[in-house]
Design a protein around this ligand. Structure first.
Ligand SMILES: [Zn+2]
Length: 289
C-alpha cells in the first residue's frame, strides 16, 4: 500500500510504531552482540574484535558500530540499563559515553548511581559528567580521515587541561623557534610512539633461562615467537593486547617451546581457552562484570 493513501492519523501512528520496532530491534541487537562477545565468537572469523566483526558482516558506519559496541558494554555491566533504554530514560549515546567508566567500577551500587545520573541527559552533559568523575583531560577528536598517500587528516578540539598544556608548550617553544600546532602535536605523537616501541621491544630482551619444561616462557622463546608473528596476533593479526599462549596448555603437558607457544591478542586468547576448557569454566575469568 502506498503511504500516500494513508490518513494523517494513520501515518503518524505508523511512524511511531516503526520507530518503536526499530528501538526494540536495536536492543535485541545489543543483547546478541553481547552473547557473541561472551563466547568471543568473532575470533573464529579472524576479525579480532567485536567492532571489526560487525564492520565485516553488517552494513553499518563506524560511528554506528562504535555506539552499539560501547552501549552493549554498559549493558553487560549494568543489566538494568536495558530497561532504562526501553523506557527512553537513556539513549544509546548516553550508554556509550559511560562504558569505559562503568567498566572500571566494581560496585554495582555505584554503577546504578551512574545510570541514574545520566537519565535524561544529553551527550555533552553525559560527557561532562564522565570527565568530572574521572578527572580526565579530554582531547575531543571530531573527525579523522585517512588519505591514499598515507597521511591522516584530523580535526582536533583541545579542551580543559589539555588546551592549557598546549598553550604552555607553545609559549615555551616560542622563545627558541616558531612552532606550528602540527609540530607540537607531531612531537607528542612521535614521543609517545617511541616509548611504546621501546616497551614492546623490551618484552623480548629480558634475560632468563631458555628452559621449556616450565610454565614460564623464556625471553629467548618470546623473542623467537615475536620474530615469527611480526608482533601480531597469530590468529587475527591484531597488534593490541598481545599475550603469549601455550597451544597445548601447560596443565595438559604442553611445553614452553617455540612450536607450542604463539602470540594471541587477549580476545583470541580467551576464545582459545573457551574452546579448550569450556565457556562455563572461562566465564569467571573473562566475563566478570
Ligand atoms: Zn587475535
Amino acid at each position: 500500500m502506498s503511504l500516500q493513501n494513508l490518513s494523517d492519523e494513520r501515518l503518524i501512528a505508523d511512524t511511531k510504531m516503526w520507530n518503536e520496532k526499530e528501538e526494540y530491534c536495536t536492543r535485541q541487537f545489543l543483547r546478541h552482540i553481547n552473547e557473541v562477545n561472551r563466547r568471543r565468537l568473532f575470533c573464529d572469523s579472524q576479525t579480532g574484535s567485536l567492532f571489526k566483526y560487525i564492520r565485516k558482516n553488517f552494513n553499518k558506519s563506524d560511528s554506528e558500530i562504535s555506539r552499539r559496541v560501547l552501549a552493549a558494554k554498559t549493558l553487560r555491566h549494568i543489566p538494568s540499563a536495558d530497561k532504562a533504554l526501553a523506557n527512553k530514560q537513556v539513549t544509546l549515546t548516553n550508554l556509550a559515553e559511560v562504558s569505559n567508566l562503568v567498566g572500571n567500577i566494581k560496585s554495582n551500587k555505584k554503577k546504578n548511581e551512574i545510570l541514574n545520573s545520566i537519565k535524561g541527559k544529553t551527550q555533552i552533559q553525559t560527557r561532562d559528567l564522565v570527565d568530572e568523575l574521572t578527572g580526565k583531560k579530554r582531547v575531543t577528536r571530531s573527525k579523522t580521515r585517512a588519505h591514499s598517500d598515507g597521511s591522516i587528516r584530523i580535526h582536533l578540539t583541545l579542551v580543559g587541561q589539555t588546551a592549557k598544556d598546549y598553550q604552555f608548550i607553545k609559549e615555551q617553544l616560542s622563545n627558541s623557534r616558531v612552532y606550528r600546532p602540527e609540530d607540537i602535536i607531531g612531537h607528542a605523537i612521535n614521543t609517545t610512539a617511541e616509548s611504546m616501541r621501546k616497551k614492546i621491544l623490551s618484552i623480548g630482551s629480558r634475560k632468563s633461562k631458555a628452559i621449556t619444561n616450565s610454565r614460564t616462557i623464556s625471553a629467548a622463546i618470546k623473542k623467537a615467537v615475536i620474530t615469527r608473528s611480526g608482533n601480531k596476533c597469530e590468529n587475527c593479526a591484531s597488534k593490541y593486547n598481545l599475550h603469549f599462549d601455550h597451544i597445548v596448555p601447560y596443565s595438559m603437558g604442553g611445553e614452553s617451546a617455540i612450536g607450542n607457544v604463539r602470540q594471541l591478542c587477549s580476545n583470541c586468547n580467551s576464545r582459545a581457552a573457551i574452546v579448550a576448557l569450556s565457556q562455563h569454566k572461562m566465564d569467571i575469568f573473562i566475563n566478570q562484570s
